[in-house]
Design a protein around this ligand. Structure first.
Ligand SMILES: [Zn+2]
Length: 110
């Protein structure tokens, strides 16, 4: 079997250093059991299967961590927004209702 390289695909990623332009990342495998990853046209790595797996694992961890950070932010923003909306509660003593989120109101029992 002769040497053969198969290009699996090319991604355009938003890299900060390329200022709005996409950076092309190409991934291919060859018949010598190596994976070639090219970053743009000036830099590439050619790594074996176990390193591809290690890279995949760490990228998966990064992806999960970013997802957690993103959903925490969304939850926090919702929480902060809900603090700005009126929240009416009833005083157990006088049964009067008042807005708990309005800091200008200090409830005084009638
Ligand atoms: Zn009261």
């Amino acid at each position: 079997m002769g040497y053969n390289h198969e290009l699996l695909g090319t991604l355009g990623v938003d890299d900060e250093s390329t200022y709005g332009k996409k950076l092309a990342i190409s991934v291919g495998v060859d018949t010598l059991g190596m994976c070639t990853i090219s970053f743009g046209s000036n830099y590439s790595i050619r790594i074996p299967e176990d390193d591809v797996d290690a890279l995949r694992d760490i990228l998966y961890d990064a992806s999960r961590k970013l997802m957690v950070i993103r959903s925490r932010k969304i939850m926090l923003e919702k929480e902060l927004k809900s603090l700005e909306e009126p929240y009416h509660v009833m005083c157990e003593d006088c049964q009067d209702t008042y807005d708990m989120n309005d800091s200008s109101i200090t409830h005084a029992c009638k």
